[in-house]
Structures are given as C-alpha cells and as structure tokens.
Design a protein around this ligand. Structure first.
Ligand SMILES: *[C@@H]1O[C@H](CO)[C@@H](O)[C@H](O)[C@H]1NC(C)=O
Ligand SMILES: *[C@@H]1O[C@H](CO)[C@@H](O)[C@H](O)[C@H]1NC(C)=O
Ligand SMILES: *[C@@H]1O[C@H](CO)[C@@H](O)[C@H](O)[C@H]1NC(C)=O
Ligand SMILES: *[C@@H]1O[C@H](CO)[C@@H](O)[C@H](O)[C@H]1NC(C)=O
Length: 374
C-alpha cells in the first residue's frame, strides 16, 4: 500500500466520509490523497488494483491522485508537463500538419435524434458580414469535458470528479463554473500522441467488421495492432501521451448512401448499436497504467454502445470512470482518415498533437480543434 494522507477541503458535500478522527466534520469533505512528490510526480502512483484510494469513493475512481487532491479540476491533464511537451517536439519530422475535425455539421442528421443539428446563419452588415453558429457540442468531433457524464447509480445520485459539483450547481442561477471546459482551454493541451489503426489491422487480416454493431475492441487486440504497426506494446506510449484509436466508424459512415445516413439515428433501441472499445476492467487497467492524458477515437462514444458493460463487478461505463473518476477527457468522432494514410505511408504512428477547446465558462464539451503534426 502507498501512503495515504487525509486532507480537508472546504466543500460541504459528502457527509458520509466518516474517516474523520476525533471531531466530526459534518460540513466538510475529507479525501484520501496520494502523497505527492513534485520532483517525481509518479512516486506512489497507485496501480489500477489500488483504485479507488478510499473505499467510499466511486468505482475505480482516481480521486485524490493529483496534487491539489480534493480541489483538483484538471485530472488526467496533469500528466501534461513542460517535459512531456518538449519531448514531443521530436515527433515533428516531416512538416506535415493534419486536421482531425469533421465538418461541424457531420454527422447529419445527428446520430442521436434528440440533438438538434448545427445552425449556421449569416448576418449582413453594411460593407461586412457576421455569421452565427449555434451548436450542440455532442454532434460532430467533440471533446467531452468533466461535466458531461457523472457516476450515476440511479436518477437521484450523480457524482462528478472529486465530488466537486452537483447537478444543481450546473443548472443554478449563480453560474457555478467548477469542472467547466474553461479548465481545459486554459491548461494548454499539447504533446505526443500515438495512433492505433485497429480498422486497418482488421482489413489487413481480411476480417470483416461492421461499426454499426456492438462489437467490442479488446486491449489484447490493441496490443496486436501495435505490433502490426511495428510498435512494442509495452513501450509505445509514454506518460502524458494521447492515445488515438481508429475503429473505422467515420469511414463506414461517410461511405453510406445518403438515405442510410438519414435513417441511421432512428434505429429501434435494440438495434441502435455502435462498435467501440470494450467496457471492462482490462481496458481500464491497460489505459491507467499507461498514464494517458486523454483518449480519442473516430466513433460515437469511444466505448461500445449501448453502455451495458461492468467495471469492478457493477454496471458502469468507461465514460463514468474516465470523466468523473479520473478526470480524463474523451475525444470522439475524430476524422482519422488522412492521418492514418499519412502514418502508414511514413511508417510512423506517433506525432505531435494539440487540442484547443472553446473557452466557455462552465462548458460541458467542445469541438476539440484537434491537430496532428508529423
Ligand atoms: C521526491 O523524489 C525525489 C526524486 O526521486 C527524491 O530524491 C526525494 O527523496 C523524494 N522526496 C520524498 C519526500 O519522497
Ligand atoms: C428518487 O427520488 C424520488 C423523488 O424524491 C423518489 O420517489 C425515488 O424513490 C428515488 N429513487 C431512489 C432509487 O432512491
Ligand atoms: C433489428 O434488426 C434486425 C436485423 O436487421 C431486424 O430483423 C429487427 O426487426 C430489428 N428490430 C427492430 C425492433 O427494428
Ligand atoms: C449489451 O448490448 C448488446 C447490444 O444490445 C448485446 O448484444 C449484449 O448482449 C449486451 N451485453 C450485456 C452484458 O448485456
């Protein structure tokens, strides 16, 4: 066991944390945190099996792992350091910059019918024009921030990262901005990313697959994909990296005839399935041990849809554990086609990668403005 330290935070939330020695502190939250060493940030880094740091924290959460403990709002973005950004510059070798964002109006219509499509209008002035863009951030390529999916046990219990926020806060008139997307905008997201082309690997084996099914990609397959790309599964990623997986969804979607794109959002619930990464402890342990800053993919939800997997024996989604457990964002519906072609032709699957989300106070998600530079 790594050492635990008890600290107090000013938030009046979880009264059930009765770890308190001595005086009861009814209005304050107490979190168990990792003993942090600034000159060796991975000293006392817990293994996946050691999560959560306190049994009262939600399933496999990493609350208390980062420096500010209870007050930390950056989560996995804390992996990004001046050293990781400087080291990533070595990935720029060919002077090729590649956009990874779909058209903001794609998929059209949106894959989830309750989400309204992009609205884009022009406003004529005298001798100039403005335009007005209104968007639901969950439609096109998107960066899910830490307000998007809380742990929820039932409709009444929702728990966000480090227990810093409630639904009432988000919808409150005072405008609480805790865990908003502005944190990611201000942090500065840059570093080294690795692409794993699962779809290309499947094609190379002549194994047919359909991204409109609930087929799950396992981490054992991802290790084989890495080997196929000439990478060593145990060393291909470095702490602070971004991990990008190509499932082939956007490619399949863009090749559908228009009438099939039109009806796709309206499949009956039992058939509304999407291929993704397996929701499991094996997936989570594999990613946790790599110390990844964020994960991304070219599909709807990164993980398999519908969310019906289990983590640590209970029904949980990767969304819950990533966003509200680890403070780790997920980038979805990335356009990886040109990048993948370029990576294969150069025989190079790591690159410099940046994201600049919209600086919206209290925002939930954002177009990522993701860019790969090789
Ligand atoms: C922090 O890490 C440095 C570098 O590994 C080490 O020299 C130092 O002893 C550590 N400090 C503590 C308090 O563990
Ligand atoms: C959720 O809250 C509602 C309204 O207070 C209550 O009727 C219901 O029993 C609660 N559900 C659970 C699972 O506690
Ligand atoms: C689900 O898809 C199958 C196979 O295409 C089809 O036979 C079935 O009718 C669909 N179910 C519903 C409820 O639409
Ligand atoms: C999850 O949902 C898919 C698609 O509906 C289904 O095929 C699969 O059996 C479900 N898995 C579990 C564990 O319920």
């Amino acid at each position: 066991m790594f050492p635990l330290k008890l600290i107090l935070s000013s938030l009046a939330l979880l009264r059930s944390y009765s770890l308190v020695r001595g005086t009861p502190i009814s209005d304050q939250q107490i979190l168990a945190i990792r003993q942090f060493n600034n000159s060796d940030i991975y000293a006392n880094w817990p293994t996946y099996d050691q999560l959560p740091l306190d049994p009262s924290f939600p399933t496999k959460s990493a609350w208390g792992v980062w420096l500010e403990g209870a007050d930390d709002e950056l989560g996995a973005l804390n992996h990004i350091r001046p050293e990781t950004i400087k080291a990533a510059l070595a990935e720029v070798q060919h002077g090729i910059a590649i956009n990874l964002n779909l058209d903001l109006d794609v998929p059209h219509p949106p894959l989830v019918p309750s989400r309204t499509p992009l609205m884009h209008t022009f406003l004529a002035g005298e001798g100039y024009q403005d335009d007005i863009v209104t968007l639901n951030t969950q439609i096109s390529t998107q960066y899910d921030g830490l307000r998007h999916v809380p742990y929820s046990t039932d409709a009444n219990i929702s728990t966000f990262y480090n227990n810093l926020l409630t639904f009432e806060d988000i919808f409150s008139a005072e405008g609480v901005n805790t865990l908003g997307i502005q944190n990611a905008a201000e942090k500065g997201i840059a570093g080294r990313a690795v692409l794993l082309d699962w779809a290309g690997w499947m094609e190379s084996r002549n194994e047919p697959f359909d991204t409109l099914t609930s087929r799950s990609i396992t981490v054992d397959e991802l290790d084989l994909v890495a080997q196929w790309q000439g990478l060593d599964p145990s060393t291909f990623s470095h702490p602070g990296d971004f991990l990008i997986i190509r499932t082939g969804f956007t490619k399949q979607y863009s090749s559908l005839p228009q009438h099939e794109q039109m009806i796709l959002p309206y499949r009956e619930a039992e058939n509304a399935t999407f291929l993704g990464i397996e929701t499991s402890d094996r997936t989570l342990a594999w990613i946790w041990e790599k110390k990844i800053s964020l994960v991304g993919a070219d599909n709807l939800a990164f993980e398999t849809f519908p969310f019906n997997g289990t983590v640590d024996g209970v029904q949980r989604s990767l969304h819950e554990v990533f966003l509200s457990g680890w403070g780790q964002s997920i980038v979805e519906l990335l356009d990886l086609e040109k990048l993948t072609e370029t990576c294969h032709s150069l025989g190079k699957f790591s690159f410099f990668f940046t994201i600049q989300v919209l600086n919206v106070l209290g925002g939930v998600a954002s177009p990522p403005n993701a860019l790969a530079i090789l």
